[in-house]
Design a protein around this ligand. Structure first.
Ligand SMILES: [Zn+2]
Length: 353
């Protein structure tokens, strides 16, 4: 199958013109309609960050939607003509801890726990996937959608950009850990002050995860891909320290937040779409097998406001019982990686889906 990648390059290059815009100040006031039941931080603000770009950056909406449409076209072509062999993508990952010698300076063990959970979830090695609602079980011939092995693995980076060997974790002492009003300022503090390598950690070589005490009222956020691939702020993931892993300052109920954010980083929206908070209205996530839903903030397994039973156990919903990505979400994430491969941003693998 011949795919014209030139048009992707044009679109991505066009969008990248906006990469120099500065981060916007974010009020730390918590929007309680964007919070899981019983919690005090917004579970995710990726959709708000994207909405802000759409509203403020000239041409962003047109370029973003054009790119999404063409990615969808490639996805359909690849699904119709599946390759004979599929590779396991391996993505180098770095955890950058921004701390001021408080509890947010989480242990290596907590980070390794988060790393293990991320790999477990993306290879469908989580045993709770066997317990999804019957409407989503692989053994059910009438299942709406079923759990997928995304066939992506995360590998701890072992060398910094200058060749320094390290354990995949950097630590930076800065009071900015408690001021998430500017994510780019927090990134700059890490770039200039971490204990391994002071300089850029190119996001086309590392998945940078920034861990702090406060990130603007959210548990996590990132940006959908397609623009500013070389910018650490726009192409990295922010996590609250107590939503990373299942031990230490975090807990089992917080432990899937990184799985969720990496989904956004690989071009997934929330199951109810990318434009609003959970519970507001029915919407589409542009994935071909996830049922239409409005989103939940608890494990409401009978949620069906939009018609079909919602896949509230999906990582891209806001329930406490998330345990699966769908096959359609897998295709969407791997097409995104295929594009990055075509653009030379990743080097492993040949055929993403
Ligand atoms: Zn989210």
């Amino acid at each position: 199958m011949k795919i014209n990648t030139d048009k992707f390059r044009r679109i991505v290059l066009g969008i990248s013109l906006f990469s120099s815009i500065t981060a916007f100040a974010q009020t730390p006031v918590v929007d309680h309609t964007n919070v899981r039941e019983g919690e005090s931080v917004e579970y995710c603000t990726t959709h708000k960050k994207m909405k802000h770009l759409k509203e403020t950056v000239p041409g962003f909406v047109q370029d973003f939607e054009a790119l999404q449409a063409q990615l969808a076209e490639v996805e359909q072509n690849m699904l119709a003509n599946p390759p004979a062999k599929r590779v396991i993508y391996k993505i180098p990952i770095v955890f950058h801890v921004l701390h001021n010698n408080g509890t947010e300076n989480i242990s290596d063990e907590q980070i390794m726990d988060a790393f293990a959970i991320l790999n477990r979830d993306y290879r469908l090695l989580n045993t709770d996937a066997l317990n999804v609602h019957n409407d989503f079980k692989a053994s059910n011939p009438n299942a709406t959608c079923t759990p997928a092995d995304i066939e992506i693995e995360f590998v701890l980076a072992t060398k910094a950009p200058n060749g320094t060997c390290f354990n995949g974790i950097t630590r930076t002492v800065s009071a900015l850990t408690s001021d998430g009003s500017s994510g780019s300022a927090q990134v700059n503090a890490i770039v200039n002050g971490n204990n391994v390598y002071n300089g850029q950690w190119p996001p086309n070589k590392y998945l940078n995860v920034f861990i702090a005490d406060e990130i603007g009222g959210a548990a996590g956020y990132t940006f959908n891909p397609g623009f500013s691939a070389t910018n650490m702020y726009f192409n990295g993931i922010f996590m609250l320290h107590n939503y990373l892993g299942s031990i230490g300052t975090s807990s089992v109920t917080s432990s899937r937040a990184l799985t969720h954010e990496v989904g956004h980083w690989l071009n997934l929206s929330h199951t109810w779409g990318g434009d609003n908070n959970p519970g507001v209205g029915c919407g589409s996530d542009q994935v071909n097998d996830t049922p239409e839903t409005r989103g939940v903030t608890s494990c409401a397994l009978n949620e069906n406001f939009c018609g079909p039973r919602a896949n509230v156990e999906n990582y891209m919903d806001y329930s406490y019982c998330s345990k699966m990505f769908s096959q359609g979400q897998k295709a969407r994430m791997r097409v995104q990686l295929w594009l990055q491969q075509e653009q030379g941003e990743i080097t492993s693998g040949q055929q993403p889906i």
